[in-house]
Write a protein that binds this ligand. Structure first.
Ligand code: ATP
Length: 457
């Protein structure tokens, strides 16, 4: 029998085993900032690589990009972030907590009321009529509702006047929009085509938290598909399916995913959908797919004064392309994979095995090389480590009993443990133990690299 871990167990497992650490911990940390540890960075890199392969490589009409975090402030005027990238909030007058009013309503109504469909006045009235209490101090004494801008501002250069204000990007996709024509021309690319990029984004969130679910610094994996308006809706449906393939391809069962079509669309959007995952804290957004019409490029055309048009070489039609936005949070994907992987397994002898069932291609460590007796088998084991580590992340462990070493590898989700023993020295064979079945198999050392390579692909 297996049980799923709750959020507290996941956080403590991640700290203990080197997946994630609180940011600047020796200075008592900095709220809602996390550092990826040795295993976390491997896991996140594997997820990002898989995404890159799925979106950038596996499509003939796709290209990668790595645009700068800092952009001309006019970009944020054009995108609407300077004026409209806000969350509605209230302050609790008693305990001074700053709270998102939509979250207060969702929690109070247990998901029955939909703040997305309410005006600000209706949200304010809901708080009053239902005497909603502050989740921190339990009192009901809030300030009037106000908008809070999530943009992170900073200064550039030596002067500190208003003209030197620049912003840390709150999303990566604007880098893709402003480079649309650069990519199209330099790659001699016909429409439709896509641009993918992975990078950091920053938001001054009102209520960050739930481990890495909502942080102020995070990473996005975004893919923009540029196409003619007549092809946009079909592409949108296609990318909804791709999103499912992406998560299922990393070992998340379809039953743990839910597609939530937006009830209320922004004025320019034709369709929008969020994909939810069944986190231990409830169903929450993992990523979004949006049919954004030609709004983004039209805005950049207007604010930059530079045409953002494409001329169809066959029909000579000139138009501003539509965009299908595929927006993934790398850290939310990491969290979903962690939640899905960590299990407590009841063994027949009554013991509980902590195990992370990562899909082998996502697992931070692919193989562990374990000399049975350090003094006798270490030299050969080092050679085996050297051979495997050229191809994938491998660890070497010689401390403790072999049983304890297996358990440690189970707890970090290593799919294969390779034991080097007397037979390795005399017969050139190794014992390979499978994480999930715990079964052991003896194979020739010459076949080991091939065996693991095939299984982790
Ligand atoms: P939410 O409703 O959770 O605030 P959003 O709809 O504002 O998210 P988008 O602007 O669509 O999110 O961003 C795309 C993706 O980036 C999200 O689906 C999520 O995976 C990720 N993301 C957004 N904000 C954060 C954050 N503060 N911390 C971690 N990941 C985030």
């Amino acid at each position: 029998m297996e049980t799923r871990a709750n959020m507290q167990q996941i956080v403590s497992h991640c700290k203990n085993y080197g997946f994630l650490f609180p940011g600047s911990e020796i200075y008592d940390g900095i709220a809602n900032v996390w550092d990826y540890g040795p295993l976390g960075v491997e896991l996140k890199n594997n997820i990002k690589q898989f995404w890159w392969k799925k979106f950038v490589w596996e499509n003939e009409n796709s290209h990668g990009l790595d645009a700068a975090i800092l952009m001309n402030p006019k970009v944020w005027e054009a995108s609407g972030h300077l004026s409209g990238f806000t969350d509605p909030m209230v302050d609790c007058k008693e305990c001074k907590a700053r709270l998102r009013i939509d979250e207060l309503i969702e929690q109070h109504s247990k998901g029955k009321a939909n703040p997305d469909l309410m005006t600000k006045e209706e949200m304010q009235n809901y708080l009053i009529e239902h005497k909603v209490a502050c989740p921190i101090c339990g009192k009901h004494n809030f300030t009037p509702i106000r908008d809070f801008n999530l943009l992170f501002a900073t200064k550039r250069g030596v002067t500190e006047d208003n003209s030197s204000t620049i912003y840390l990007r709150p999303e990566t996709c604007q880098g893709e929009y402003v480079n649309f024509l650069n990519v199209q021309r330099s790659m001699r690319q016909k429409l439709p085509f896509g641009i993918g990029q992975i990078g950091k984004a920053f938001r001054n969130e009102i209520t960050p938290g739930n481990f890495i679910f909502r942080t102020i610094e995070f990473e996005q994996m975004e893919y923009q598909w540029f196409c003619h308006e007549k092809d946009a809706q079909k592409a949108y449906e296609y990318f909804k399916e791709r999103s499912k393939d992406f998560f299922v391809g990393m070992g998340i069962p379809e039953s743990q995913l839910k597609f939530h079509d937006h009830d209320k669309l922004v004025f320019y959007a034709k369709a929008a959908c969020d994909v939810y995952y069944n986190f231990p804290i409830g169903w929450k957004e993992l990523n979004g797919i949006h049919n954004r019409s030609n709004y983004d490029l039209t805005q950049h055309q207007k604010f930059s004064g530079k045409k953002q048009e494409y001329i169809d070489p066959t029909t000579n039609e000139k138009f501003v392309p539509n965009v299908i936005e595929n927006s993934y949070g790398a850290d939310r994907a990491v969290l979903a994979i962690l939640c899905e992987a960590l299990r407590y397994e009841q063994l027949p002898d009554g013991e509980t095995r902590e195990v992370m069932h990562f899909a082998p291609h996502i697992a931070p460590v692919k193989a562990a090389v374990l000399p049975l007796i350090k003094k006798v088998h270490a030299e050969k084991a080092h050679q085996v480590f050297k051979m495997l580590s050229c191809s994938f992340k491998t660890v070497y462990d010689e401390t403790g009993t072999i049983g304890k070493r297996y358990r440690r590898q189970d707890a970090i989700g290593t799919p294969f443990c390779i034991t080097i023993d007397e037979n390795t020295l005399t017969n050139n064979t190794v014992t390979i133990r499978d994480r999930d079945s715990m079964k052991q198999e003896i194979i020739n050392l010459d076949e080991l690299l091939d065996y693991i390579t095939k299984r982790v692909k």
